[in-house]
Write a protein that binds this ligand. Sequence first.
Ligand SMILES: [Zn+2]
Ligand SMILES: [Zn+2]
Length: 121
Amino acid sequence: MREQILAAQRAGIPAHLLLSDRDFTPEDYELLCRLDEQVENRKGAKDEQLAALPTEVVGAEGRRRSDGVPSTCIICMEEIAPGDVLKRLPCLHDFHGDCVDTWLRTKACCPVCQRGLDPST
Ligand SMILES: [Zn+2]
Ligand SMILES: [Zn+2]
């Protein structure tokens, strides 16, 4: 409970809303939902982390797997095409830059192997 109150205070929600034993109003409920979202977002990567990842522009030959099949970005399932900008994670998996930025803002780990963005972990 103490943790929740602290989180609420950080999010600008008065602690009495959490401690109160009166019925929640729809407004209170909305506040708490928003709080949940904010807590969730803290698990995402920060812009600095995203900017620090190496990018690469795919050459005219495109990108193929060792068996000759064109590689796909597993986030959008689109084929990786010449001229696409890829972003590589510390685990060496790479994805479209835009796709992986969106992903990492929600969840700061690789969509394939679940490794975090910190190479030491
Ligand atoms: Zn993609
Ligand atoms: Zn990975």
